[in-house]
Design a protein around this ligand. Sequence first.
Ligand code: MG
Length: 303
Amino acid sequence: MKRRHFLQTGLIAAGAVALPGRLIAEAPTKPGVLKLGSQEGRLPGATLKEKVANLEKWGASGLELGGDPSSRIAEIKEAIKGTNVKITALCWGSCKGDLVSSDAEKRKAGIEALKKALNTAGELESTGVIFVPCFHKQSTLTPDELDKVLQEILPEIAEHAKKAGSRVLLEPLNKGETFYLNRIEQAAAICRKINHPGICLMGDFYHMAKEEKSDSEAFTTGAPWLHHVHLASRVRWLPGQDKLKEPDQPERSFVDGFRALHRIGYQDYCSLECGVARGTDPLEAIPAAFDFLRRQWTEATAG
Ligand code: MG
């Protein structure tokens, strides 16, 4: 896809218009949808097929996998064959910060590992590969230095991603986990600079509750590059389970964020990445969380 074409389609799909220095949301060409899913490890089931069957039974259709499941491609394809379930993101992570290491050999190996994961993601027709540049203690570089390293390494990775039919998804995390990318606007600034369809971003409601002033503003800023969303409550349990841990605190609301996803025309998945409240059975608690999220989506999109 030519660069100009990407920019146009990316912005139109996101329902946003680029103005110098900012983005303003406009009516999308089609409204956003709520497509629910989960990380594999969160789902009950003795086999991958059982987990997929549970997802379908609960009206969800996205399966997120951990790491680089290149050795399991046949098993994964077989498990989703004949179902509505699609592979969403590969939750790949930081590779111990190797891609931004000052050790040239480590950096090279990290880049190759990410490229390999992108090949797997393309093969599985997934949404992309989640990449965290570094967690705490994985880099001694400053944020400015890390920006420069990413500008050096990402264009080549972006080209590889495009050829593989996939994309990198930069994930901002809260300050308890990383000193580097904490907010969607920071990931968006990198995407804007690299300016390639192979480098995109995602949002995680758990981290956003800690770091973003407004879920809707964050998603709107990231709209042209947003291709995945993680779901968790404020205490990182299933959505709707906050009060089981903190009865006096309000339940984490998804309404403001969902309103933005609807407005910007979001078409990708929202995937559970969370624990389950002690004493609750995932076989009942996960479908209840999906119902809670559907009610919040209805509230967000009513009228
Ligand atoms: Mg996450």
